[in-house]
Ligand binder design. Structure first.
Ligand code: ADP
Ligand code: MG
Length: 228
């Protein structure tokens, strides 16, 4: 398993004196290398919380999170950022590209600096290859404002995959796209999953997109239930 949540619970307080709101209640989830799974459920049920736990962006109150066979090194910021940079990819509803950088520069940002920095020439070659692969070969030198919404999301996908992560976490990545662009982005995510072997966890409200994943879950009352 590349990711395992075991008996994970998480609660939040809107303010220090506000009542505790339980979001996850003893939730289990195991993800094997290369597999695809969808998480659906109403707004506020905790879908992003699950992705944040898988992405080491949040820590559970109880239970364990294992990634790539090891416990998450909570509290060790250097180890956490190395783990995020090298083995995890993130895509969100909004692209979060830097407006002043070109598509190519945005894709290369995760490869700059830090102790885990990959070889710059290899990174540049992979960035160009992937941008070509997603149909953006002619748009590499454009800035985000010069790209369509679908194109910007494709740049965000390439940025997420540039370090060859084992796990791609996608939080409603098509939520801001029209149906045609959403379908094309999904086609691409499925193809890249097959080509790169990157496991994909997709949070989506769209049953048609969820249906394309090999496993589907609904988050209900703080636990995952199998099914559509
Ligand atoms: N950092 C936080 N502080 C306080 N409450 C939070 C925090 N993150 C999430 N919540 C609350 O937890 C619940 C689940 O949030 P979230 O995981 O974002 O749901 P979803 O992604 O399914 O819409 C929501 O009620 C949200 O307001
Ligand atoms: Mg959410």
């Amino acid at each position: 398993m590349i990711a395992e949540l075991q008996n994970v619970s998480k609660a939040y307080r809107a303010a220090p004196d506000a009542p505790e709101q339980r979001v996850l209640s003893g939730m289990d989830l195991s993800i094997a290398a290369g597999e695809t799974l969808a998480i659906s459920g109403p707004s506020g049920c905790g879908k992003s919380t699950v992705l944040n736990l898988l992405g080491t962006l949040d820590e559970p109150d109880a239970g364990s999170v294992k990634l790539f066979g090891a416990g998450v090194p909570y509290g060790d910021e250097a180890a956490l950022s190395a783990l995020r940079a090298t083995r995890l990819g993130f895509i969100f509803q909004l692209h979060h590209l830097l407006p002043q950088c070109t598509a190519l520069e945005n894709v290369l940002i995760p490869t700059l600096g830090g102790p885990t920095r990959p070889d710059p020439d290899a990174a540049l070659e992979r960035a160009k290859r992937l941008l070509n692969r997603v149909g953006l070969g002619a748009h590499m030198d454009k800035k985000p404002a010069q790209l369509s919404g679908g194109e910007r999301q494709r740049v965000a996908v390439v940025r997420a995959l540039i370090r060859e992560p084992g796990l791609l976490l996608a939080d409603e990545p098509t939520g801001a796209l029209d149906a045609a662009s959403a379908g094309r982005l999904m086609d691409l995510l499925m193809d890249l999953n097959a080509e790169e072997g990157t496991a994909l966890v997709l949070v989506t409200h769209d049953p048609a997109l969820a249906a394309r994943m090999s496993r589907r879950y609904r988050l209900v009352d703080g636990v995952l239930t199998a099914g559509d």
